[in-house]
Ligand binder design. Structure first.
Ligand code: FA5
Length: 322
């Protein structure tokens, strides 16, 4: 029994001094390990006189239990301390947090607005859910006209559509205001287009409309050229190609050259007399030009982005580059 008491005292003496995990492990090996002092004492049972053997055995079991319980607690304490030591050092300088920034398309839309605002254009707004009348009819695209097939439309119900372009805002503004008009209308538009590198089923356009008494195609070219220089710098070039839109005559498309490549940016033309008639503006007295520019395309060209879908996937690795 003295032996048992000695082991116990030795254990607690050493346990007092434990304050890290190595010392803890040493304590375990010395007393509770496979060759530890408690295990050794169990091996002694067979050498003990038979009459005190049961008492010795019971004492040893008791000792083992007591030491194991104590060891378990001690271990929790030591590990708790280690965790405390790993707690953050509040005196260290903080890591910068990425707070987010404006989406590249919104940045480009802002730039476009600023440029045209400085040219004296007003900035207008129109609904994304439109009626067939504003999206097509008033723009000289009657119901059965083949030009409807140019823009694959998402219908909400018979006469209600997700606008396929920003051109309906032209009609809404001309219905309310008499010339002179000089406006842009940026916003989102929708088409049943299959997504690819340069097409998305929803994208952004900025409509432009200028109506006055002697507005010419030369004015259109001059404004677009000036816009391209402001947006892309003096090296940017603009080329107009003949095209067709029911609401302009003559019609064109224009491309901008920047960073070593041409990109189709926009449709444009002189406002068709039928469009003026539908809003009660006299086509004999007034003339005007209009354009509908793809904002996403402008952003792709400016930032040299080769796939339009990157704008809409919301991958922060892409978005934080702007
Ligand atoms: C129109 O939408 C006409 N409303 C433009 C217009 C306005 C002509 C005023 C005359 C007067 P278009 O379908 O070509 O035209 O589209 C104009 C521009 O939108 C294109 O040049 C292109 O830059 C962009 N665009 C068209 N479809 C997509 C698409 N699926 N994804 C991304 N951009 C597109």
């Amino acid at each position: 029994m003295e032996k048992i008491e000695k082991i116990k005292q030795a254990y607690f003496r050493l346990a007092e001094e434990v304050n890290n995990s190595e010392q803890l492990e040493q304590l375990r090996i010395e007393f509770l390990g496979r060759k530890g002092r408690v295990t050794e004492a169990f091996a002694m049972i067979k050498d003990v006189a038979p009459d005190i053997r049961p008492k010795f055995g019971a004492g040893l079991n008791q000792l083992k239990k007591e030491l194991e319980q104590h060891f378990k607690k001690l271990k929790e304490e030591v590990e708790g301390q280690a965790a405390d030591q790993k707690a953050p050092d509040v005196t260290m300088p903080g890591r910068p947090v990425f707070a987010g920034n404006r989406h590249p398309l919104l940045k480009i839309a802002d730039e476009i607005k600023n440029i045209f605002h400085s040219f004296g254009f007003t900035i207008e707004d129109g609904p994304e859910i439109e009626t067939d009348y504003y999206n097509f009819e008033a723009l000289n695209i009657p119901k059965s006209h083949p030009a409807r097939a140019m823009q694959d439309t998402l219908y909400i119900s018979g006469d209600v559509v997700l606008r396929t372009h920003t051109s309906p805002v032209q009609i809404r503004v001309m219905e309310e205001r008499k010339p002179p008009i000089r406006m842009i209308a940026p916003g989102r538009v929708y088409r049943r287009d299959t997504p690819d590198a340069t097409h998305s089923p929803f994208f952004h356009q900025v409509e432009g409309l200028v109506v006055g008494e002697s507005v010419t195609f030369a004015d259109l070219k001059g404004v677009i050229q000036a816009f391209a220089h402001r947006m892309f710098g003096k090296d940017a070039r603009v080329r107009f190609r003949p095209s067709f839109f029911p609401f302009t005559e003559p019609s064109a498309e224009y491309d901008v050259w920047f960073n070593g490549r041409w990109m189709e940016i926009s449709g444009a033309g002189m406002v068709h007399p039928n469009v003026f008639r539908s809003v009660g503006i006299d086509p004999e007295k007034y003339s005007g030009y209009a354009f509908g520019m793809g904002i996403d395309r402008v952003a792709m060209l400016k930032y040299d982005i080769r796939d339009i879908r990157l704008f809409f996937e919301n991958d922060v690795r892409f978005l934080r580059q702007f």
